[in-house]
Every structure is written in structure tokens, then in C-alpha cells.
Design a protein around this ligand. Structure first.
Ligand code: IMP
Ligand code: MG
Length: 178
């Protein structure tokens, strides 16, 4: 049987580094939202953000609801790449404070589209929290409110992130091909 993490032996971010940073993000989000009157809805982007979301929400010491959304992009390598919603939210976000939780921002196309779609539903606010950001790869502008780590232009797996749906269950974040 193939070994877990084969072909991605090099660790970019350790379990300890991730845990520490997630706690910091949770603390900052708690501080920023503590006086808000309206409901907070965490919009977790499946599947990559599932582990990050599970850890982050336990560091946010405020009442909130958690919902999930799945987006898929077609022709990701082309300028005309299209982002579609495969699984939409169950919650009505009208008048609510939406915090989108994402695993990684690469070109920015996915989140740009998701933010545009969610804004048409007239939430009170929309913010973005991403665990990872590859700023060198950005093609479209997205306003990111909370970033765990800025990383170089490398393909990474683990802690929810996959390569061909594998290696999401690695506890640390590894570089593919090293
Ligand atoms: P964007 O629309 O180009 O910003 O794409 C973001 C999506 O691409 C993320 O939600 C991931 O699913 C995927 N992605 C981008 N870079 C990586 C990576 O290094 N590892 C795993 N998935 C990635
Ligand atoms: Mg994703």
C-alpha cells in the first residue's frame, strides 16, 4: 500500500505552528466580533477548509453558526475560468455577519466569485479568513481580513489540503514534490 504523504515529505508548517497560529486567529476574531449585535455565520469552504474550520471555531469564544459551501472551478488554467457553486449554504445569511473560512487563496478567483455571490444575499458583513495565502499567484483582487500564513508558490498538502483528494489527513502542511 502507498505510504501516507509519499512524495510530500518536506514539512512547511508543523502541527505546533498551525495550532499556535489558529489560536491567535481565533483570539483576534473573538476580539473583532465581540460587540456585534447580529448573528455570526461561519461559511466553511469544503472540502479543504474542514480541518481548519474545526480547530478555528473552537478558538472563537462567541456564539456562531457553521455552514458549508462547495465551489468548483473549471478551466482553472485559463483566463476565462468559471467558478460554480456545487453545494450551497443551508442558512439564510440576510442581515448576518458572514465569515468565510478557506484553506488557501491562490489566484483569488474562487473567493472573488463566492464573495460576489454572497453579497447579493445582503448579509450585514462579509469577511474572509484563510489559513494560507500564496500572494505571488494572485490574479484577481480579494480583500482578505485574516491570514494564517503567507507561503511561497509551492503546491502544499495536509491539514485539509489535498492533491487528487489525497493527503488531507496529514496533521502538518507538506510541500508536494519534496
Ligand atoms: P483560487 O481560486 O486560484 O484562489 O483557488 C483556490 C483553491 O485552489 C483552493 O481552495 C484549493 O482548493 C486549491 N489550491 C490552490 N493551491 C493549492 C495548494 O497548494 N494545495 C492544495 N490546493 C490548492
Ligand atoms: Mg478549496
Amino acid at each position: 500500500m502507498k505510504k501516507l504523504g509519499a512524495g510530500a515529505e518536506k514539512i512547511l508548517l508543523s502541527e505546533e505552528q498551525i495550532k499556535k497560529r489558529v489560536a491567535e486567529l481565533g483570539k483576534q476574531i473573538t476580539e473583532d466580533y465581540k460587540n456585534c449585535e447580529d448573528e455570526i455565520i461561519i461559511v466553511s469552504m469544503l472540502r479543504g477548509a474542514m480541518l481548519f474550520t474545526a480547530d478555528l471555531v473552537r478558538e472563537i469564544k462567541l456564539p456562531l453558526k457553521i455552514d458549508f459551501m462547495t465551489a468548483a472551478s473549471y478551466g482553472a488554467q485559463t483566463v476565462s475560468s468559471e467558478v460554480r457553486i456545487i453545494k450551497d449554504l443551508d442558512e439564510n445569511i440576510h442581515g448576518k455577519n458572514v465569515l468565510i473560512v478557506e484553506d488557501i487563496i491562490d489566484t483569488g478567483k474562487t473567493l472573488r466569485k463566492i464573495v460576489d455571490i454572497l453579497k447579493t444575499r445582503e448579509p450585514k458583513s462579509v469577511k474572509i479568513c484563510t489559513l494560507l495565502d500564496k500572494p505571488e499567484r494572485r490574479e484577481v483582487e480579494v480583500a482578505v481580513d485574516y491570514t494564517g500564513f503567507k507561503i511561497p508558490d509551492e503546491f502544499v498538502v495536509g491539514y485539509g489540503l489535498d492533491f487528487n483528494q489525497e493527503n488531507r489527513n496529514l496533521p502538518a502542511i507538506h510541500i508536494v514534490g519534496e
